[in-house]
Design a protein around this ligand. Structure first.
Ligand SMILES: Cc1ncc(COP(=O)(O)O)c(C=O)c1O
Length: 751
């Protein structure tokens, strides 16, 4: 930077160009730039260092003049007529002057997605405007030239501190090397070379102009498009869809050969790699001119690292108007061949088909196209997808030891103690399993051992697991497709749903009558918020009545906390506490291991003694040191990150916001739940409460297309369940509410 003051800049403009006005400073990396206001017209006065060279400056002036003359669609800075001169100052520097272009940078407006296609149009227009133009001074290479990407990455990537980050740019380099033959053939011409988000100016919601010709050079023609697309993609939920739009806009005005179209995707990644390499080398050199978009460039680069590169490149080839062959076998075909079809795929009936998710982080999932989805379904990734502390706990212990529970090991004992600290005092003993189903199975064995009975009671519409005994205990299954109906040994107590209350019935009397009619029960297995039943919080008095009726008849009460435990309900750590219940056995699963297969059963000393009847309980994997290390790390994360409190805060905010939607949308009959375990019930009308599964399905389909994942449950398939990772933020909640709101306003989305 030089010591030129605005007053001196104004004086230079007056002396050399005869333009008299007042000057103010502008930012600039290499040049000293000033805005000059003279007689109602604004200019940029630029003083360039000697190394830029007068020839290059003259060439830039030509380019700007030529573009201004070639297209009226956009404004470009250009030397004012009669002032095309390049002035060599006595100190060796060069003075130029160009017109000012009005507008707000595309970046400052958050890179509006609706302008993506117009960004492509701009790039195409510039390419057309510069067709056939050449100048020897524009044949140069530096770090920003896409055609030199391989050299730049090789030279600068050593400055990237983290090995994993370096691997990302090295992967880009590998791709460029593999593609060398194609890249070498790419057509070249003079391009602007830096259609980035700060150089594109917007006025009245439209692209008004393009500034900064400091990177104008002779290079790959398609690089113009790739660079423009890169910046439009930064920070977007579906970056490839944005790139497609940019490409579509470009080919409206300019031609892209098939080779060029094939190269776009790799060149986008190359531009990102160049940016982060340059940023790293500047940091290494102590240059404080940081790149504004560095963080977002890393984020996008990382995201694209998981993208199926062949499919992504093909999408951009298709956007350029070329046919692309369908891949011969998709993963869906392979799955259908190799995996039993009784396991259904989410979204398989939606137009875009099932999701192919390859990465998770925090509350987000990412598919093979780098598309980001807000996960409102996964109550297993409790403390957030791929939580680094959980991953570290697992890998550290795995590197050391993993065996079964027949040896002494600190982890499993510590973990049992930690779990018991979270449970009420009357529960004294823990057993470990590998899943929620196994936990419920074990609880069944305990209840039967303690009572020497085989009958069981459950609540209607409940689901408790995938084993044959638990399918027998799950009305959701035995009354559903393929179900064999209610088994003899099972008593089904009604689910007391406050949204559909039955005031004519004495709930307790009904329970007693049913229990006396059916075989004697060892116990009751019940959730405290019935998830598969449609996120129903049973009436507290009725739930107590069911517990009491069972206990009076000698049975034990098992609280299934597989879905609801570990702070999800916000106000309490366990959902049974919402009702003030004191279960004899509590079963745990899903969130307990944040995705690692783990489950647990906690019970009283008495029941544990009865269970210790000589028939051993051995579980090969249950409670192994790795599982225990993970379980401890999950408890730590819940505590250290205040996740129960977050569930309460964000959950009550979300509940209130969703309830506000009821003012606008008649089809929402009820919004209910606790913490981050919520349900939205859709009805035909609020008086009759006729279930409306079609609207629920259309909201879920719309939400998926807009990057939000939801699921449906309830006996009538009309309840949307919301049970995201507990790291869900207020911003996440706002996004969810916005998408549900918009979906109900969209055609076919209900009222
Ligand atoms: C309430 C409840 N209990 C038990 C289970 C069974 O857990 P898992 O699938 O881990 O065996 C589930 C699973 O969805 C559940 O929702």
């Amino acid at each position: 930077m030089s010591d030129v003051t605005p007053a001196q800049a104004a004086e230079l403009a007056a002396n050399y160009f005869g333009i008299v006005g007042s000057a103010g400073p502008l930012p600039g990396e290499i040049d000293d730039n000033f805005r000059l206001d003279a007689d109602g017209t604004a200019y940029v006065v630029r003083i360039s260092p000697p190394e830029t060279g007068a020839a290059k400056l003259a060439a830039r002036q030509f380019v700007m003049s030529r573009l201004s003359a070639a297209t009226m669609a956009y404004a470009f800075p250009a030397p004012p007529i009669g002032h095309e001169d390049i002035v060599s100052l006595p100190d060796g520097r060069t003075l130029t002057i160009v017109t000012w272009v009005d507008g707000v940078p595309f970046a400052d407006l958050g890179r509006p997605e609706e302008l993506a296609q117009d960004i492509g149009l701009l790039a195409g227009t510039v390419i057309r405007g510069l067709e056939g133009f050449d100048h020897p001074a524009l044949h140069y290479q530096d770090h920003w030239d896409l055609a030199s990407a391989k050299t730049t990455i090789r030279e600068l990537s050593g400055n990237i501190m983290l090995r994993s980050d370096r691997a990302l740019v090295e992967d880009v380099l590998d791709h460029l090397t593999v593609r060398a033959a194609l890249l070498e053939k790419l057509p070249t011409q003079v391009i602007h070379g830096d259609i980035n988000d700060l150089n594109v100016l917007i006025a009245d919601g439209e692209i008004a102009g393009l500034i900064d010709f400091g990177d104008t050079r002779h290079s790959w023609r398609i690089g113009e498009l790739a660079i423009a697309a890169t910046y439009a993609m930064l920070g977007k939920d579906d970056p490839l869809a944005i790139a497609e739009d940019v490409v579509t806009g470009y080919v409206e005005v300019a031609h892209a050969t098939r080779d060029e179209a094939e190269a776009i995707y790799d060149l986008i990644r190359a531009r990102l790699a160049i940016s982060v390499c340059v940023a790293a080398s500047r940091r290494h050199l102590g240059n404080d001119h940081h790149l504004v978009s560095e963080e977002e460039a890393w984020e996008l680069l990382e995201r694209l690292d998981y993208v199926d590169a062949v499919a992504a490149a093909a999408r951009l080839v298709a956007a350029a108007g070329y046919e692309v062959p369908e891949p011969a076998t998709t993963i869906l075909d392979r799955r259908d061949q190799a995996i039993g079809r009784a396991l259904s795929l989410s979204y398989s009936t939606t137009p875009a088909g099932p999701l192919h998710i390859v990465r998770g982080e925090d509350t987000y999932l990412y598919d093979t196209m780098g598309r980001r989805y807000l996960d409102c379904v996964n109550n297993v990734a409790h403390v957030g997808h791929s939580h680094p502390d959980i991953v570290a706990a697992a890998t550290d212990q795995m590197l050391l030891l993993n065996t079964n529970t027949r040896y002494l090991h600190d982890n499993v004992v510590t973990y049992a103690e930690r779990l018991l600290e979270e449970l009420p005092d009357h529960l004294d003993v823990v057993y470990f399993t590998n899943s929620g189903s196994e936990a419920n199975e074990l609880a069944l064995r305990m209840a039967m051992a303690a009572t020497e009975r085989r009958g069981m009671a459950v609540l209607d519409h409940g689901y408790h697991g995938n084993t044959s005994a638990l399918v027998d205990l799950s009305p959701y299954k035995f009354n559903g497709p393929g179900g064999l109906g209610q088994p003899d040994w099972v008593t089904v107590l009604p689910l007391s749903d406050p949204y559909r209350p039955d005031h004519d019935r004495d709930y307790r009397a009904v329970c007693e009558w049913l229990l006396d009619e059916r075989p004697p029960v060892a116990g009751l297995l019940a959730e405290s918020i019935v998830g598969c039943g449609g996120q129903v919080i049973p009436d507290t008095g009725d739930l107590h009545a069911a517990y009491e009726a069972v206990r009076e008849r000698g049975g034990v009460c098992i609280a299934d906390e597989v879905q609801t435990g570990f702070g999800r309900v916000g106000s309490h750590f366990w959902a049974f506490e919402l009702h003030g219940l004191e279960p004899d056995i509590v079963t745990l699963g899903k969130p307990i291991g944040n995705g690692h297969p783990l489950g647990a059963v906690a019970t009283t000393a008495d029941i544990a003694d009865d269970f210790n009847n000589g028939m051993e309980y051995f579980n090969t994997f249950g409670g192994n040191p790795v599982s225990a290390a993970i379980g401890i790390a999950v408890l730590d994360a819940i505590e250290q990150e205040g996740l129960q409190q977050n569930a309460r805060k964000v959950g009550s905010y979300l509940l209130a916001e969703l309830r506000r939607l009821m003012d606008r949308h008649e089809s929402i009959g009820d919004v209910r739940g606790s913490g981050l375990f919520l349900g939205i019930e859709f009805v035909g009308d609020r008086d009759s409460k006729t279930p409306d599964p079609a609207t629920a399905a259309s909201v879920v389909g719309y939400a998926k297309e807009h990057g939000v994942l939801l699921s449906i449950d309830g006996p009538h398939h009309n309840v949307i369940k919301i049970k995201p990772p507990l790291v869900f933020s207020v911003d996440n909640a706002n996004r969810l509410v916005e998408v549900v709101d918009n979906s109900l306003q969209s055609p076919g989305g209900g009222t």
